[in-house]
Design a protein. Structure first.
Length: 142
């Protein structure tokens, strides 16, 4: 629930792995504002008041915004401008995604791994295999 803590932990983990120190596992604990699914409103095991209290006191976006403002890294107007630009970008991406054709089953496992250990992945059912396909170049690979 802390953007900066996740950033620093992620930087540490990447450096740890890239420097040959083996794998590392990060557990990032967060609070789910809604239920698990559409059939679970999330209010049978917690109250609306609890959810609202967490949103008001521990929300990562609000908390990060307060840190930015209190350290004078940005003004309220700067953040409003960023919000506006992001909303436009999201709206454009939504329109594009709705216009794009659905990918084929052959592309479903494309570029899942930068260096795949196996050439096939399990499909929707165990006996169905999907070939790993390289569509684009791998990024951030050293």
């Amino acid at each position: 629930m802390d953007v900066l803590a996740v950033r620093e932990a992620s930087k540490f983990a990447v450096d740890h792995c890239v420097n040959g120190n083996g794998p590392i596992l990060l557990e990032t604990v967060t609070y789910r504002y809604s239920g698990h699914s559409m059939s679970d409103p999330g209010t049978s095991y917690r109250t609306r008041a609890e959810i609202q209290a967490v949103r008001m006191t521990r929300d990562p976006i609000t908390s990060f915004k307060e840190k930015i403002l209190s350290t004078n890294l940005a003004t309220v107007d700067d953040l409003k401008k960023i919000d506006s630009e992001i909303k436009i970008e999201i709206d454009q991406a939504v329109v594009k995604s709705k216009e794009d054709a659905e990918i084929s089953l052959d592309e479903l496992a494309s570029d899942v791994y930068s260096k795949p250990l196996e050439n096939e992945h399990r499909g929707v059912v165990p006996w169905q295999k999907i070939k790993h396909v390289r569509i684009g170049p791998a990024f951030n690979i050293k």
